[in-house]
Design a protein around this ligand. Sequence first.
Ligand code: PEP
Length: 241
Amino acid sequence: MLRKKLIAANWKMNNAPTGFDAKDSSYRTKSDVDVVIFPTFLDIEKCTKAELIVGAQYGRPEEKGAFTGDESMKQIKTSGCTYVLCGHSERRIHHSESDAFVAEQVIAAIDCGLIPILCIGETADEREMGQAKEVVKRQLETVLLATSHQLQARNLVIAYEPVWAIGTGKTATPTDAEEMHAYIRSLLSEELQNDMRIIYGGSMKPENAKDLLSQKNIDGGLVGAASLDPVAFGKIVNSAL
Ligand code: PEP
């Protein structure tokens, strides 16, 4: 099966860029490339009203309750989102999210019909110590085990995001990224292997997007800084065509 490319804009804690809602906005999904944006919770409604495909940057697994400042997966789904990020490294670092908690998020997201984008990736120290594959395997297998009863290729996306490449301007070489993507694919069951999308994140920009996106096992990109510039983001989307 041909895996349709997916380019995701992670706006993090930034306002929606000017012109995001224009008719010809680069944030609109295309027939050949899925485009999804991750605004702050405050901007979700205006993005769904603008008929963009929208995801939340985080969701809590419980349906409701005493979790000040959080939103549940169910509430996110009700707000019109299609996707949700789970286990982004900034959440793992600043909010101490564990592999087990990320797995709970993924289960809850799938249960309520959201498509989680599971973020996995090693730190610079882990890579230097030769532990990159081991770390990625642990992060992925915790989720695969917990979700084995409900997992289908279309209801989960994996994002390989080496932590050392996020927001740093350093990008994994296409060869290094491809090697890790092929490894991640090899960890998937036979039923999922061909069809599950594995996207790359870490300082993707117009200058490197084409080389990364033309690798056999790289099915798209999760874009942070460059996604705040509609022109740069549009060039990345075009690189996926
Ligand atoms: C990200 O936030 O997921 C990301 C990849 O950021 P950047 O593109 O800025 O490295």
